[in-house]
Design a protein around this ligand. Structure first.
Ligand code: CU
Length: 164
């Protein structure tokens, strides 16, 4: 009977919802020919709302395949270009999809009006220059750490001897 109670308790605990981090509501301001957060990193489950700021005219958000792409090829799109006041929330399909989502403003991509939303703990290849450097540094440090540990573990155990 005691065992049954324990099993029931374990099942109850494992089925109770895990308390994760609170989701964050991000706002990307749409200005004339730029986005306020062109490199936004979010956690899956956060929300992203684009808000057309006062005076912002004739903009939209259209997903593209890469940072250098300029043409919508399916995916999310806010619709035809709009002027303030207007807002558009990125569908949850995308805010929960781990990866890098690139987008442009179709009328103003020639002016460089574009951005990206990085969902989750994804390494952005465009930033891999710094990442590569940090990997190389870690690789250089590891042998030193290993050597220290080996030396420490091969020392005689007399350190633990405590004479009274
Ligand atoms: Cu625009």
């Amino acid at each position: 009977m005691r065992l049954l109670q324990i099993v029931v308790l374990i099942i109850f605990l494992s089925s109770s919802p895990v308390v994760g981090q609170d989701s964050v509501n991000h706002v990307i301001e749409v200005h004339n020919n730029y986005f306020s957060e062109p490199d936004l990193r979010i956690n899956p489950g956060d929300t992203v709302t684009f808000v057309w700021m006062e005076g912002a005219a004739f903009h939209n958000i259209a997903q593209v395949d890469s940072s250098s792409d300029i043409e919508y090829n399916g995916g999310f799109r806010s619709g035809d270009p709009q002027s303030a006041p207007f807002s558009w929330e990125l569908p949850t399909d995308y805010t929960q999809a781990i990866g890098i989502h690139y987008y442009v403003c179709e009328p103003h991509i020639a002016n460089g009006m574009k951005g990206k939303i990085i969902v989750g703990d994804v390494v952005d290849t465009a930033e891999s220059g710094t990442s590569l450097a940090s990997i190389l540094i870690s690789l250089a440090v590891i042998p030193t750490l290993v050597r220290k540990r080996v030396l420490r573990s091969s020392k005689p155990q007399q350190e633990s001897f405590q004479p009274y």
